[in-house]
Design a protein around this ligand. Structure first.
Ligand code: NAP
Length: 407
């Protein structure tokens, strides 16, 4: 179906079919969202124009969520917004305020769950010149696949002192002999075989298609045997069953990946944090559960320059639905000041272009960003940590990326 001058992206036989003028819904976002969106859309449009002139163009369609939606419709996440993402399949969003005490715990979590965007994909790589707290940030080049729809994020929690909590504590004591202190709150941690397998499959497929070296399953299976330990077990089973000729285990490979194959290995979450600081080059694609993935992606992002730089995408590889997003929050104290770093949303736009198969434009954006940082003309967050840098506004930074992508 066409909208204005554009067409829908479709998904046929497991592949994205992207027209020359795809309609892409976007949520500008709250707080600094409009500042970073203005800069990002200019950069994305320019990259497409530089690569294909008038042959290709994104037809943007604004949809609402968060404060703007609440002001206009009284609803934080209108049904039309969800339907637009379903109809047009691929979208992008800025940060959204999490309404306090409004029933919805987080609009971001709600969108991921409603659209079943089960893989949160966060590539983490270093752009030379970006200030980093570690000695060799250039050794960090990982892509985290975080399961997005289960684990403690399902919100199955009961409050301390409530009747239903007491009932559950009594039931667990009676039925399982589990002694839980009566003044406890309770949370449930579901980790399913199907949910784990589809996430790990996405990580392995990604590693194979991008010529990566390894997939590491990160878990606390030594303690949580039937949830995190099972995730590990199901991962190895899947690799053996579905990729017998393309994936080898660490032991089988003797620590080295044979030509054309990737290594599947695993590590315990606490050791992972230590190893990624000490020997980051031993890790490549990471597959993990929701809570571990949340901590890990932010810790890894910090190694390469932090929150203003990290892109992300929430993807369902089985039907093609995807929403790419800035991974930081709304930074409300800077709203409307044209000040914050738009790189997270810009790089999320580059991820989206890659996902659409418009990789040339994605590389243009990365090149433009690299050259802008190398010239030390950066937003306040980087300027305050870089010697001899010139601080530029959010929009100026976007304009510089546009200029630098043409070289
Ligand atoms: P935040 O908005 O991410 O801001 C925390 C700090 O991070 C800022 O004060 C700023 O640090 C830095 N920062 C954030 N974005 C930046 C950017 N683009 N460029 C440079 N620096 C940036 O976190 P928060 O204050 O905890 O959360 C505010 C709201 O955002 C809350 O409603 C929260 O729920 C929501 N949130 C949304 C998302 C999402 O939509 N995905 C994610 C997280 C939080 P300095 O002050 O040091 O300069």
């Amino acid at each position: 179906m066409a909208s204005a001058a554009g067409e829908r992206i479709t998904f046929v036989d497991g592949k994205m079919v992207v027209p020359a003028r795809p309609v892409i819904p976007f949520i500008e976002g709250d707080g600094t969202g409009s500042d970073i969106w203005r800069a990002a859309v200019k950069v994305i449009d320019r990259a497409v124009e530089v690569c294909w002139r008038e042959k290709r163009r994104i037809i943007w369609k604004e949809v609402y969520a968060g404060e703007k939606a609440f002001r206009e419709t009284g609803n934080w996440l209108p049904q039309e917004t969800i339907e637009a993402f379903q109809e047009y399949r691929v979208g992008i969003k800025g940060p959204l305020t999490t309404p306090v005490g409004e029933g919805i715990r987080s609009l971001n979590v709600a969108l991921r769950v409603i659209l079943d965007l089960y893989a949160c994909v966060r590539p983490i790589r270093y752009f030379p010149g970006v200030p980093s707290p570690v000695k060799e940030p250039q050794k960090v080049d990982m892509v985290v696949f975080r399961e997005n729809t289960e684990d403690v994020y399902t919100g199955f929690e009961l409050e301390e002192g409530k009747k239903e909590t007491k009932n559950l504590i009594d039931y667990l004591a009676k039925s399982y002999g589990w002694e839980i202190r009566p003044d406890s709150g309770i949370g449930v941690k579901p980790i399913s075989k199907s949910g784990s397998r589809r996430l790990i499959r996405a990580a392995i497929d990604y590693a194979l298609s991008k010529g990566r070296r390894s997939v590491t399953l990160v878990h606390k299976g030594n303690i949580q045997k039937f949830t995190e330990g099972a995730f590990r077990k199901w991962g190895y089973e899947l690799a053996k069953e579905a990729y017998p000729d393309r994936v080898v285990t660490w032991e089988e490979a003797g620590g080295k990946s044979p030509e054309g194959k990737i290594v599947i290995k695993d590590t315990i979450a606490d050791i992972f944090f230590q190893q990624t600081l000490l020997r980051p080059d031993e890790f490549d694609v990471i597959a993990t559960m929701n809570l571990n993935g949340d901590y890990m992606s932010d810790a890894l992002a910090a190694q390469v320059g932090g929150i203003g730089m990290a892109p992300g995408g929430n993807i369902n590889y089985e039907n093609g639905f995807a929403i790419f997003e800035a991974t930081h929050g709304t930074a409300p104290k800077y709203a409307g000041l044209d000040k914050v770093n738009p790189s997270s949303l810009i790089l999320s736009g580059a991820m989206m272009l890659d996902y659409m198969g418009w990789a040339e434009a994605a590389r243009r954006i990365e090149g433009g960003l690299e050259r802008t940082i190398a010239a030390k003309r950066v937003t306040y967050d980087l300027a305050r940590l870089m010697d001899g840098a010139q601080e530029v506004s959010c929009s100026q930074f976007g304009n510089l990326i546009c200029e630098n992508m043409e070289r």
